[in-house]
Design a protein around this ligand. Structure first.
Ligand code: GDP
Length: 175
C-alpha cells in the first residue's frame, strides 16, 4: 500500500454528445475517436496522476443516458469528491443544461465537492461566430458558483489534462 495515493471519485455530467466520454478517453488513453459509440449505462475507468508530493488515483464514472434516467444521477454523484460538468461551446442548450447540473450538484451532492465547468469542442471554432457560448458567461457562472473553469478539445487534447490537474490540486490530501 502506498500511503501517498489519494483516491478521488469523479463523475461526469452534461448533455448527450458534448464529449464526456471523449474527454475521459483523451485523459486516460490520450486517444480520440471521431465516431464514438455512445456509452450505455455507466463506464468506470481509473487513471493515476503524479502530483508534486503524492499520487492521485481518479476513479471516473462516465454516466450516460442522464436525459432519460435523470432520477438515477444522484446514485452516481453521491460520495463523489469531484465532478466535471461538460457543455459544447457550439451548443447553447448544452450550457443551459450545465447550469442545471451545477445547481443540482450544489443542492444534492457532498458539501465540498470540487466542480469543474468544461466547455468542450473548442477545435470547432474556426471563427468567433462559431462560438455559441460566450467565455464571459461561463466565467461569470464559475465565479458565482465557485467552479473551476476550462475550455477544452477532446479532439486535439487541448486543456484536458489541465482540468484533472486543477481538480487534484484543489482536493485536500487525506491524512
Ligand atoms: P458524450 O455523449 O457526452 O459522452 O459525448 P461523446 O464523447 O460520445 O462525443 C460525442 C461526439 O462528439 C463524438 O462523435 C465525438 O467524436 C465528438 N467529440 C467529442 N469531443 C469532441 C471535441 O472536442 N471536438 C470535436 N470536434 N468533436 C468531439
Amino acid at each position: 500500500m502506498n500511503s501517498n495515493v489519494t483516491s478521488i471519485k469523479l463523475v461526469l455530467l452534461g448533455e448527450a454528445a458534448v464529449g464526456k466520454s471523449s474527454i475521459v478517453l483523451r485523459f486516460v488513453s490520450n486517444d480520440f475517436a471521431e465516431n464514438k459509440e455512445p456509452t450505455i449505462g455507466a463506464a468506470f475507468l481509473t487513471q493515476r496522476v503524479n502530483m508534486a508530493d503524492h499520487t492521485i488515483k481518479f476513479e471516473i464514472w462516465d454516466t450516460a443516458g442522464q436525459e432519460r434516467f435523470a432520477s438515477l444521477a444522484p446514485m452516481y454523484y453521491r460520495n463523489a469528491q469531484a465532478a466535471l460538468v461538460v457543455y459544447d461551446v457550439t451548443k447553447p442548450q448544452s450550457f443551459i443544461k450545465a447550469r442545471h447540473w451545477v445547481k443540482e450538484l450544489h443542492e444534492q451532492a457532498s458539501k465540498g465537492i470540487v466542480i469543474a465547468l468544461v466547455g468542450n469542442k473548442m477545435d470547432l471554432l474556426e471563427s468567433e461566430e462559431d462560438r455559441k457560448v460566450a467565455k464571459e458567461e461561463a466565467e461569470k457562472l464559475s465565479q458565482e458558483e465557485n467552479l473551476l473553469f476550462f475550455e477544452t478539445s477532446a479532439k486535439t487534447g487541448d486543456n484536458v489534462n489541465e482540468v484533472f490537474l486543477a481538480i487534484g490540486e484543489k482536493i485536500p490530501l487525506k491524512k
